[in-house]
Design a protein around this ligand. Sequence first.
Ligand SMILES: N[C@@H](CCC(=O)N[C@@H](CS)C(=O)NCC(=O)O)C(=O)O
Length: 203
Amino acid sequence: MKLFASLTSPYARKIRILLAEKALPFELVVDSPWEVNTRVPEVNPLGKVPALVTEGGEVFFDSPVVAGYLEALNVAPHMLPGDPLERVRVRQVEALADGVTDAAVAALLESRRPDGERSDREIGRQKEKIDRGLAELERRATGRTWMHGDSLTLGDIAVGVALAYLDLRFPDHGWRTRYPSLAQLAERLFARESFASTVPPMG
Ligand SMILES: N[C@@H](CCC(=O)N[C@@H](CS)C(=O)NCC(=O)O)C(=O)O
């Protein structure tokens, strides 16, 4: 398997963590879709990472789909429950955490627009999504070790990646103080080898 990824992409990091937790061998193709000579559009028409190319040459993209493919390989530890409804519940946590990441990416891109084109209102709107999303994740995390059930799932991985992305892009956000259950979860997650070995470089 080949994974097209940039080292700072939180969505690609979610997949790299999943691959590490399952100890699945893969080739990491580091490619930033923002560079002019990127080859990502050759595998993903949308020009986004992550994109996974299987041994047979089939391509999967959009991180929830890639995660679904990796789970379908049936390699332990399983990161989604077997029960269909419980599975949807974990995927809901993943979607909520990915949505926080989406809003953080949108706020960052807006903040990098030149003077006169940048909208502070839009940045504020995205930051509200981040905080509403985190408040809901905090509610769900309170009083439990993992976001769902009694073991690590894809939901926890997506939450950890979203929180780490806030540390990277908005280090003054203050989520650890405002969301103590998420802070405890993050401490457990960040100590895992899968998270430690995929820390993004600054940039
Ligand atoms: N929903 C997608 C989002 C992927 C995404 O937006 N990736 C960014 C990197 S963080 C990207 O490749 N952006 C390039 C672009 O938008 O052209 C997923 O979960 O995989």
